[in-house]
Write a protein that binds this ligand. Structure first.
Ligand SMILES: [Zn+2]
Length: 419
Protein backbone atom coordinates (compact mmCIF):
# COMPACT_ATOMS: atom_id res chain seq x y z
CA UNK A 1 0.00 0.00 0.00
CA UNK A 2 1.21 3.48 -0.82
CA UNK A 3 1.35 6.48 1.47
CA UNK A 4 -1.68 8.81 1.39
CA UNK A 5 -1.64 11.46 -1.34
CA UNK A 6 -0.63 15.03 -0.59
CA UNK A 7 -3.61 17.30 0.17
CA UNK A 8 -5.50 19.11 -2.60
CA UNK A 9 -7.01 18.35 -6.01
CA UNK A 10 -3.70 17.65 -7.76
CA UNK A 11 -2.54 15.21 -5.07
CA UNK A 12 0.98 16.51 -5.54
CA UNK A 13 3.38 18.27 -3.15
CA UNK A 14 3.80 21.97 -3.97
CA UNK A 15 7.02 23.19 -2.36
CA UNK A 16 7.52 26.92 -3.00
CA UNK A 17 11.25 27.24 -2.33
CA UNK A 18 13.30 28.35 -5.29
CA UNK A 19 16.67 26.70 -5.73
CA UNK A 20 20.05 27.42 -7.31
CA UNK A 21 20.27 30.12 -9.95
CA UNK A 22 16.55 30.94 -9.92
CA UNK A 23 16.84 31.62 -6.20
CA UNK A 24 19.91 33.84 -6.58
CA UNK A 25 18.28 35.85 -9.33
CA UNK A 26 15.10 36.31 -7.33
CA UNK A 27 17.08 37.47 -4.28
CA UNK A 28 18.87 40.05 -6.44
CA UNK A 29 15.57 41.22 -7.92
CA UNK A 30 13.94 41.45 -4.48
CA UNK A 31 16.35 44.24 -3.50
CA UNK A 32 14.46 46.70 -5.70
CA UNK A 33 10.96 45.70 -4.51
CA UNK A 34 8.92 47.45 -1.80
CA UNK A 35 9.44 45.74 1.54
CA UNK A 36 6.76 44.24 3.74
CA UNK A 37 7.76 43.27 7.29
CA UNK A 38 6.42 40.04 8.76
CA UNK A 39 5.55 38.82 12.22
CA UNK A 40 7.26 35.64 13.42
CA UNK A 41 4.06 33.71 12.64
CA UNK A 42 3.97 34.98 9.06
CA UNK A 43 7.66 34.14 8.63
CA UNK A 44 7.12 30.62 9.94
CA UNK A 45 4.20 30.22 7.52
CA UNK A 46 6.59 31.00 4.66
CA UNK A 47 8.78 28.12 5.82
CA UNK A 48 5.75 25.80 5.92
CA UNK A 49 4.66 26.98 2.45
CA UNK A 50 8.22 26.76 1.15
CA UNK A 51 8.74 23.13 2.14
CA UNK A 52 5.34 22.10 0.78
CA UNK A 53 3.78 21.39 4.19
CA UNK A 54 0.88 23.73 3.33
CA UNK A 55 0.25 22.09 -0.05
CA UNK A 56 -1.83 23.01 -2.09
CA UNK A 57 -1.59 26.71 -1.04
CA UNK A 58 0.52 28.74 -3.45
CA UNK A 59 1.05 31.66 -1.14
CA UNK A 60 -0.88 33.87 1.25
CA UNK A 61 -4.66 33.69 0.99
CA UNK A 62 -6.75 36.09 -1.04
CA UNK A 63 -10.12 37.22 0.27
CA UNK A 64 -12.17 34.39 -1.26
CA UNK A 65 -9.77 31.83 0.21
CA UNK A 66 -9.83 33.54 3.60
CA UNK A 67 -13.61 33.71 3.55
CA UNK A 68 -14.03 30.10 2.48
CA UNK A 69 -11.62 28.76 5.05
CA UNK A 70 -12.95 30.85 7.93
CA UNK A 71 -16.67 30.27 7.35
CA UNK A 72 -16.90 26.98 5.42
CA UNK A 73 -13.63 25.13 6.19
CA UNK A 74 -12.85 25.05 2.48
CA UNK A 75 -11.01 26.89 -0.26
CA UNK A 76 -13.03 28.10 -3.27
CA UNK A 77 -12.13 24.92 -5.19
CA UNK A 78 -13.64 22.79 -2.40
CA UNK A 79 -10.36 21.72 -0.78
CA UNK A 80 -10.71 21.45 3.00
CA UNK A 81 -8.67 24.14 4.76
CA UNK A 82 -9.32 25.02 8.40
CA UNK A 83 -7.22 28.06 9.36
CA UNK A 84 -6.23 31.30 7.63
CA UNK A 85 -2.70 31.58 6.26
CA UNK A 86 -2.49 35.30 5.73
CA UNK A 87 -0.07 38.20 5.75
CA UNK A 88 -1.11 41.65 6.97
CA UNK A 89 0.11 45.21 6.73
CA UNK A 90 -0.95 48.42 8.46
CA UNK A 91 -2.62 51.21 6.48
CA UNK A 92 0.40 53.45 7.16
CA UNK A 93 2.92 50.90 5.94
CA UNK A 94 0.82 50.18 2.87
CA UNK A 95 0.74 53.85 1.97
CA UNK A 96 4.40 54.50 2.79
CA UNK A 97 5.56 51.59 0.62
CA UNK A 98 3.15 52.58 -2.18
CA UNK A 99 1.92 49.01 -2.61
CA UNK A 100 -0.86 48.48 -5.15
CA UNK A 101 -2.57 45.38 -6.50
CA UNK A 102 -0.54 43.76 -9.28
CA UNK A 103 2.80 44.79 -7.75
CA UNK A 104 5.49 42.51 -6.43
CA UNK A 105 6.83 42.94 -2.91
CA UNK A 106 9.69 41.52 -0.85
CA UNK A 107 8.68 39.84 2.41
CA UNK A 108 11.15 40.39 5.23
CA UNK A 109 11.11 39.03 8.76
CA UNK A 110 10.53 41.98 11.06
CA UNK A 111 12.77 40.74 13.87
CA UNK A 112 15.86 39.81 11.84
CA UNK A 113 15.30 42.01 8.77
CA UNK A 114 16.09 39.00 6.57
CA UNK A 115 14.42 38.44 3.21
CA UNK A 116 12.18 35.35 3.17
CA UNK A 117 10.15 35.55 -0.02
CA UNK A 118 8.81 37.63 -2.85
CA UNK A 119 5.10 37.90 -3.49
CA UNK A 120 2.86 39.01 -6.30
CA UNK A 121 0.17 41.07 -4.60
CA UNK A 122 -2.97 39.97 -6.42
CA UNK A 123 -5.32 41.42 -3.86
CA UNK A 124 -5.28 43.94 -1.03
CA UNK A 125 -8.27 43.40 1.21
CA UNK A 126 -9.72 43.98 4.62
CA UNK A 127 -11.13 41.31 6.87
CA UNK A 128 -13.50 41.23 9.78
CA UNK A 129 -10.99 40.17 12.42
CA UNK A 130 -13.63 39.55 15.04
CA UNK A 131 -15.47 37.23 12.67
CA UNK A 132 -12.21 35.34 12.09
CA UNK A 133 -11.69 34.96 15.83
CA UNK A 134 -15.27 33.95 16.48
CA UNK A 135 -15.28 31.30 13.75
CA UNK A 136 -11.74 29.99 14.07
CA UNK A 137 -10.88 30.45 17.75
CA UNK A 138 -14.44 30.46 19.18
CA UNK A 139 -13.57 33.41 21.41
CA UNK A 140 -12.84 37.14 21.18
CA UNK A 141 -10.67 37.17 24.29
CA UNK A 142 -7.59 38.96 22.98
CA UNK A 143 -6.15 39.32 26.44
CA UNK A 144 -6.22 35.62 27.23
CA UNK A 145 -6.00 33.73 23.94
CA UNK A 146 -2.66 34.03 22.11
CA UNK A 147 -4.15 33.18 18.68
CA UNK A 148 -6.85 35.83 19.06
CA UNK A 149 -4.27 38.35 20.28
CA UNK A 150 -2.15 37.76 17.18
CA UNK A 151 -5.14 38.10 14.85
CA UNK A 152 -6.46 41.25 16.51
CA UNK A 153 -2.97 42.82 16.45
CA UNK A 154 -2.66 42.33 12.67
CA UNK A 155 -2.52 45.32 10.33
CA UNK A 156 -5.74 46.65 8.75
CA UNK A 157 -5.04 45.07 5.36
CA UNK A 158 -4.18 41.59 4.15
CA UNK A 159 -2.11 40.96 1.05
CA UNK A 160 -3.09 37.92 -1.01
CA UNK A 161 -1.07 36.26 -3.74
CA UNK A 162 1.49 33.62 -4.68
CA UNK A 163 4.96 33.64 -3.14
CA UNK A 164 8.42 32.48 -4.11
CA UNK A 165 10.15 31.32 -0.93
CA UNK A 166 13.84 32.20 -0.73
CA UNK A 167 15.06 31.58 2.80
CA UNK A 168 14.97 28.27 4.63
CA UNK A 169 15.59 29.88 8.00
CA UNK A 170 17.79 28.68 10.82
CA UNK A 171 16.09 25.38 11.58
CA UNK A 172 17.88 23.30 8.98
CA UNK A 173 21.23 24.05 10.62
CA UNK A 174 19.85 23.79 14.12
CA UNK A 175 18.22 20.38 13.63
CA UNK A 176 20.09 18.79 10.69
CA UNK A 177 18.90 15.26 11.52
CA UNK A 178 15.26 16.04 12.14
CA UNK A 179 14.26 19.04 10.02
CA UNK A 180 12.43 17.11 7.33
CA UNK A 181 10.42 18.42 4.40
CA UNK A 182 7.32 16.44 3.40
CA UNK A 183 9.20 14.98 0.47
CA UNK A 184 11.93 13.76 2.82
CA UNK A 185 9.62 12.28 5.44
CA UNK A 186 7.76 10.44 2.67
CA UNK A 187 11.05 9.06 1.42
CA UNK A 188 12.05 8.03 4.93
CA UNK A 189 8.74 6.21 5.48
CA UNK A 190 9.08 4.42 2.16
CA UNK A 191 12.61 3.35 2.98
CA UNK A 192 11.34 1.92 6.24
CA UNK A 193 8.61 0.10 4.36
CA UNK A 194 5.84 1.99 6.16
CA UNK A 195 2.55 2.86 4.52
CA UNK A 196 0.31 3.47 7.55
CA UNK A 197 2.14 6.04 9.61
CA UNK A 198 0.67 7.67 12.68
CA UNK A 199 1.80 11.20 13.56
CA UNK A 200 2.16 12.41 17.11
CA UNK A 201 2.01 16.20 17.40
CA UNK A 202 4.01 17.61 20.29
CA UNK A 203 5.06 20.95 21.71
CA UNK A 204 6.11 19.56 25.11
CA UNK A 205 8.61 17.05 26.38
CA UNK A 206 7.04 13.60 26.21
CA UNK A 207 6.05 12.03 29.50
CA UNK A 208 4.53 8.62 30.22
CA UNK A 209 1.05 9.63 29.03
CA UNK A 210 2.42 10.85 25.66
CA UNK A 211 4.60 7.77 25.31
CA UNK A 212 1.52 5.68 25.96
CA UNK A 213 -0.48 7.45 23.25
CA UNK A 214 2.18 6.56 20.69
CA UNK A 215 2.52 3.01 21.99
CA UNK A 216 -1.22 2.58 22.00
CA UNK A 217 -1.31 3.63 18.34
CA UNK A 218 1.49 1.16 17.57
CA UNK A 219 -0.36 -1.61 19.40
CA UNK A 220 -3.61 -0.87 17.57
CA UNK A 221 -2.73 -2.94 14.52
CA UNK A 222 -3.62 -0.04 12.21
CA UNK A 223 -0.13 1.39 11.80
CA UNK A 224 3.35 0.22 10.90
CA UNK A 225 5.29 3.24 12.13
CA UNK A 226 5.00 6.32 14.31
CA UNK A 227 6.27 9.79 13.45
CA UNK A 228 6.93 11.98 16.47
CA UNK A 229 6.58 15.42 14.93
CA UNK A 230 7.57 18.29 17.18
CA UNK A 231 6.81 21.95 16.62
CA UNK A 232 9.91 24.12 16.97
CA UNK A 233 8.62 27.54 15.83
CA UNK A 234 8.53 30.51 18.20
CA UNK A 235 7.10 29.56 21.57
CA UNK A 236 5.57 31.45 24.41
CA UNK A 237 7.71 32.45 27.36
CA UNK A 238 8.06 29.63 29.87
CA UNK A 239 7.83 26.89 27.25
CA UNK A 240 10.72 24.47 26.92
CA UNK A 241 12.99 25.27 23.94
CA UNK A 242 13.10 22.93 20.96
CA UNK A 243 16.74 21.91 21.52
CA UNK A 244 15.98 20.67 25.03
CA UNK A 245 12.84 18.87 23.91
CA UNK A 246 14.67 17.16 21.06
CA UNK A 247 17.17 15.74 23.60
CA UNK A 248 14.19 14.45 25.61
CA UNK A 249 12.65 12.78 22.55
CA UNK A 250 16.00 11.21 21.68
CA UNK A 251 16.48 9.57 25.09
CA UNK A 252 12.88 8.42 25.16
CA UNK A 253 13.15 6.80 21.74
CA UNK A 254 16.54 5.30 22.52
CA UNK A 255 15.41 3.72 25.77
CA UNK A 256 11.75 2.92 25.29
CA UNK A 257 10.93 2.31 21.61
CA UNK A 258 12.10 -0.25 19.08
CA UNK A 259 13.98 1.77 16.45
CA UNK A 260 12.26 0.06 13.53
CA UNK A 261 8.88 1.59 14.33
CA UNK A 262 9.70 5.16 15.22
CA UNK A 263 10.89 8.34 13.48
CA UNK A 264 11.43 11.84 14.81
CA UNK A 265 10.93 15.08 12.89
CA UNK A 266 10.61 18.78 13.70
CA UNK A 267 8.75 21.53 11.85
CA UNK A 268 8.85 25.32 11.98
CA UNK A 269 5.25 26.40 12.45
CA UNK A 270 4.15 28.72 15.22
CA UNK A 271 1.32 27.45 17.42
CA UNK A 272 -2.00 29.25 17.02
CA UNK A 273 -3.64 27.42 19.96
CA UNK A 274 -6.77 27.08 17.84
CA UNK A 275 -7.96 23.81 19.45
CA UNK A 276 -10.30 21.97 17.03
CA UNK A 277 -9.50 24.10 13.97
CA UNK A 278 -5.79 23.71 14.61
CA UNK A 279 -6.21 19.95 15.00
CA UNK A 280 -7.55 19.95 11.44
CA UNK A 281 -4.60 22.03 10.27
CA UNK A 282 -2.27 19.55 11.98
CA UNK A 283 -4.08 16.80 10.08
CA UNK A 284 -3.78 18.55 6.71
CA UNK A 285 -0.05 18.99 6.89
CA UNK A 286 0.57 15.55 8.45
CA UNK A 287 -1.11 14.12 5.36
CA UNK A 288 1.37 16.13 3.30
CA UNK A 289 4.20 14.63 5.36
CA UNK A 290 2.87 11.20 4.39
CA UNK A 291 0.96 10.17 7.52
CA UNK A 292 -2.34 8.28 7.48
CA UNK A 293 -3.32 8.97 11.08
CA UNK A 294 -2.92 11.76 13.59
CA UNK A 295 -3.18 11.07 17.31
CA UNK A 296 -5.76 13.46 18.72
CA UNK A 297 -5.83 13.28 22.49
CA UNK A 298 -7.40 15.43 25.12
CA UNK A 299 -7.36 19.19 24.49
CA UNK A 300 -5.34 18.96 21.29
CA UNK A 301 -3.75 22.35 20.43
CA UNK A 302 -5.91 24.00 23.06
CA UNK A 303 -5.13 26.70 25.56
CA UNK A 304 -6.85 27.69 28.80
CA UNK A 305 -10.52 26.69 28.97
CA UNK A 306 -11.61 27.89 25.54
CA UNK A 307 -12.39 24.42 24.18
CA UNK A 308 -14.03 21.31 25.54
CA UNK A 309 -11.50 18.52 26.18
CA UNK A 310 -12.65 16.50 23.16
CA UNK A 311 -13.77 19.27 20.74
CA UNK A 312 -10.67 18.64 18.65
CA UNK A 313 -11.76 15.02 18.17
CA UNK A 314 -15.38 15.88 17.39
CA UNK A 315 -14.57 18.36 14.63
CA UNK A 316 -13.30 15.51 12.45
CA UNK A 317 -16.87 14.13 12.46
CA UNK A 318 -18.11 17.35 10.83
CA UNK A 319 -15.94 16.83 7.74
CA UNK A 320 -17.46 15.64 4.49
CA UNK A 321 -16.36 12.45 2.70
CA UNK A 322 -13.05 12.95 0.90
CA UNK A 323 -12.09 16.06 2.90
CA UNK A 324 -8.91 14.33 4.11
CA UNK A 325 -7.05 11.12 3.37
CA UNK A 326 -5.77 11.15 6.95
CA UNK A 327 -7.91 10.08 9.88
CA UNK A 328 -7.76 11.04 13.52
CA UNK A 329 -6.77 8.39 16.04
CA UNK A 330 -8.89 9.57 18.94
CA UNK A 331 -7.60 8.65 22.37
CA UNK A 332 -9.05 9.56 25.72
CA UNK A 333 -7.23 11.18 28.63
CA UNK A 334 -4.32 8.93 29.62
CA UNK A 335 -2.38 8.45 32.89
CA UNK A 336 -0.76 5.85 35.11
CA UNK A 337 -3.17 4.17 37.55
CA UNK A 338 -1.83 2.45 40.68
CA UNK A 339 -4.90 0.20 40.96
CA UNK A 340 -4.78 -0.86 37.30
CA UNK A 341 -0.98 -1.11 37.73
CA UNK A 342 -0.56 0.24 34.21
CA UNK A 343 -1.05 3.17 31.91
CA UNK A 344 -4.75 3.61 31.27
CA UNK A 345 -7.32 6.08 30.06
CA UNK A 346 -10.78 7.18 31.12
CA UNK A 347 -12.04 4.54 28.68
CA UNK A 348 -10.28 1.72 30.51
CA UNK A 349 -9.78 2.71 34.15
CA UNK A 350 -12.74 2.73 36.57
CA UNK A 351 -10.75 4.07 39.53
CA UNK A 352 -10.70 7.45 41.17
CA UNK A 353 -8.46 10.50 40.94
CA UNK A 354 -6.56 9.43 44.05
CA UNK A 355 -5.31 6.29 42.27
CA UNK A 356 -4.03 8.10 39.20
CA UNK A 357 -0.79 9.96 38.55
CA UNK A 358 -1.84 13.27 37.06
CA UNK A 359 0.55 16.24 37.00
CA UNK A 360 -0.65 19.46 35.40
CA UNK A 361 1.68 21.58 33.29
CA UNK A 362 1.79 24.19 36.02
CA UNK A 363 2.58 21.63 38.74
CA UNK A 364 5.23 20.14 36.50
CA UNK A 365 7.03 23.45 35.88
CA UNK A 366 6.88 24.29 39.54
CA UNK A 367 8.36 20.89 40.51
CA UNK A 368 11.17 21.28 38.00
CA UNK A 369 11.91 24.89 38.97
CA UNK A 370 11.98 23.98 42.63
CA UNK A 371 13.99 20.79 42.05
CA UNK A 372 11.32 18.42 43.41
CA UNK A 373 11.18 14.76 42.40
CA UNK A 374 8.33 13.59 40.19
CA UNK A 375 7.09 9.98 40.22
CA UNK A 376 8.53 7.63 37.61
CA UNK A 377 4.95 6.83 36.66
CA UNK A 378 4.69 10.40 35.40
CA UNK A 379 7.92 10.70 33.43
CA UNK A 380 10.87 8.56 32.44
CA UNK A 381 13.94 9.31 34.62
CA UNK A 382 16.16 9.89 31.54
CA UNK A 383 13.76 12.58 30.32
CA UNK A 384 13.25 14.21 33.71
CA UNK A 385 17.02 14.36 34.20
CA UNK A 386 17.43 16.49 31.05
CA UNK A 387 14.60 18.75 32.11
CA UNK A 388 16.02 19.20 35.61
CA UNK A 389 19.33 20.26 34.08
CA UNK A 390 17.51 22.69 31.80
CA UNK A 391 15.55 24.27 34.65
CA UNK A 392 18.74 24.78 36.70
CA UNK A 393 19.84 27.50 34.30
CA UNK A 394 16.51 28.49 32.74
CA UNK A 395 15.14 31.89 33.44
CA UNK A 396 12.49 31.55 36.14
CA UNK A 397 9.16 32.50 34.69
CA UNK A 398 6.34 33.50 36.94
CA UNK A 399 3.57 30.99 36.42
CA UNK A 400 0.26 32.72 36.03
CA UNK A 401 -2.77 30.59 35.48
CA UNK A 402 -4.62 31.39 32.29
CA UNK A 403 -2.27 34.21 31.34
CA UNK A 404 -0.02 33.94 28.34
CA UNK A 405 3.21 35.80 28.54
CA UNK A 406 3.63 36.18 24.80
CA UNK A 407 0.77 38.63 24.69
CA UNK A 408 3.01 41.64 25.14
CA UNK A 409 1.96 45.08 26.37
CA UNK A 410 2.67 46.40 22.83
CA UNK A 411 0.25 43.89 21.37
CA UNK A 412 -2.46 44.83 23.86
CA UNK A 413 -1.95 48.53 23.16
CA UNK A 414 -2.33 47.86 19.42
CA UNK A 415 -5.54 45.93 19.96
CA UNK A 416 -6.98 48.65 22.21
CA UNK A 417 -6.11 51.39 19.70
CA UNK A 418 -8.06 49.66 17.00
CA UNK A 419 -11.26 49.53 19.04
ZN1 LIG B 1 -7.34 2.29 37.24
Amino acid sequence: MALPNPHGPEKKLKPLFLEGKAREEEIARAASLPKVYLTSKETSDILMLGMGAFTPLKGFMNKAEWQGCVFDLKLPDGTMWPMPVTVSITANELQAAGIKEGMEVALHDRASGELYATMLVEEIYQIDKEAECREVYKTLDAEGHPGVAKTMAQGEYNLGGPIKALNEGKYKDKYPKYYLYPEQSRKLFEEKGWSNVVAFQTRNPMHRSHEYLVKFALESGFVDGAFIHAIVGALKKGDIPGETRVKCYEVLIENYFPKEVIALGVYPMEMRYGGPREALLHAVFRQNFGCRYLIVGRDHAGVGDYYGPFDAQKIFDELWPGALELGPMKINWTFYCYKCESMASLMTCPHGKEDRVVVSGTQFRRAMQEGQELPKEFGRPEVLEILKEYYKTAEKVEIKKGAYEDITPEMLAKIKNQK
